[in-house]
Ligand binder design. Structure first.
Ligand code: ZN
Length: 374
């Protein structure tokens, strides 16, 4: 079954709301078994759940080695759907369903492209890494699977991630990395008091606001132009005080920072820490990932040219957007990211143009041909 729309529609029907698998990994496994891959389902567990992941490989003599990384889990449907989220619907040339863009469409396109490509005959190695918990941190998915692959010498040299990357039209953007990300929780303890007696209280809210304002206006250096500028955004301010005549004695806030390679997580924590001392604030950090960027120009050009051959578009080479599991993969091999448009991901009525799915499959097919020189 090589029809990419049909395959993608089948994937949508599996209610693989993270971290539940509901049979989707087994379905992809059977497809790749039939194509001729050696496949293996690997389960990794924590105290709460067990994640199913799929590893598959096809080795045809010694040659170049390409991996494909994708996730079969999706975010919950949420409200506001005009159709049933796990029933694939075709309407006005769009395919609608939860996960169609993020990223069942990418998986379907690469599977179908590979299935056709193998029939051509080639020298080299193709590996699939399909994981089940990308939407909740990838602990038992990508991170564990890559550790396993490293121990078992099953890592590729280069890896394509099929996450949505296109902006206005399919083929107009490739991600070669992403900014780093860190979440900072700030907490201030002051002294509650009557608003009319400033000499008797210590306003925790005011201290946090001043701190955020100073950090927001911090002159972040910007030397490494491969990344967008470093940006800090407060995302939550909590006081829990509803009385107008009380000055709060306690306040907390969440801040997220996206940063380029001018900074590391450690450096950022130090900057925050030093500034927080002046305001007597307590900080908690949750590290999301360092900034990373693929520096293999040959690989980037190869994918760019494959895209151009199919679409006549020269893609923008970008490190914008939210971070991906590329941040784990980059520790093992070269990573590039290319897929469908990302406009409707995680939204109600997630959709893609049917034609784009076909084009994506054609691009992946072209890329496989160019990559393996087949
Ligand atoms: Zn995704």
């Amino acid at each position: 079954m090589d029809d990419v729309v049909e395959f993608c529609s089948d994937l949508i029907k599996y209610e693989s709301v993270t971290p539940n698998d509901n049979g989707i990994i087994e379905y992809i496994k059977i497809f790749l078994d039939n194509v001729g891959f050696q496949t293996k389902i690997l389960e990794f567990a924590n105290d709460n759940y067990c994640i199913k992941n799929l590893f598959a490989k096809y080795v045809q003599d010694k040659g170049k080695s390409l991996g494909f990384l994708g996730h079969s889990d999706v975010v919950p449907a949420g409200e506001g759907w005009n159709t049933s989220p796990f029933v694939p619907v075709i309407k006005n040339d769009y395919l609608i369903g939860r996960g169609v863009a993020d990223m069942k469409g990418g998986i379907a396109a690469f599977c179908c492209a590979v299935s056709e490509f193998i029939k051509l005959g080639f020298k080299g190695e193709i590996r699939f890494f399909i994981t089940g918990d990308e939407e909740i941190g990838s602990y038992q998915g990508t991170r564990s699977l890559l550790k396993w692959a490293s121990q078992n010498k099953e890592l590729p040299i280069d890896c394509l991630i099929g996450e949505p990357s296109s902006k206005k039209e399919i083929g107009d953007r490739i991600y070669i990395g992403h900014r780093g990300s860190i979440n900072v929780n700030v907490c201030a303890i002051g002294k509650q008091g009557h608003v009319a007696y400033p000499e008797n209280y210590n306003n925790a809210l005011m201290r946090i606001c001043s701190f955020i304002s100073e950090m927001k206006n911090y002159s972040w250096k910007y030397n490494d132009k491969r990344y967008p500028k470093t940006n800090l955004e407060p995302t939550l301010l909590y006081v829990g005080n509803y009385a107008e005549n009380i000055v709060p004695g306690r306040c907390s806030a969440n801040i997220n920072v996206r940063f380029g390679a001018d900074y590391t997580l450690e450096k950022l924590e130090q900057i925050f820490f030093n500034k927080a001392k002046q305001y007597d604030l307590h900080l908690d950090f949750r590290r999301s990932g360092e900034a990373y960027c693929c520096d293999n120009i040959e690989l980037i050009n190869l994918l760019s040219n494959s895209i151009c051959k199919i679409t006549n578009i020269k893609p923008e080479i970008s490190t914008a957007g939210g971070t991906s599991d590329g941040r784990y993969m980059i520790n093992y091999c070269n990573v590039i990211e290319f897929g469908l448009q990302d406009i409707t991901i995680h939204q109600p009525n997630e959709k893609i143009k049917i034609n784009d799915l076909q084009i994506l499959k054609d691009i992946y097919f072209q890329f496989l041909k160019d990559y393996f020189n087949a």
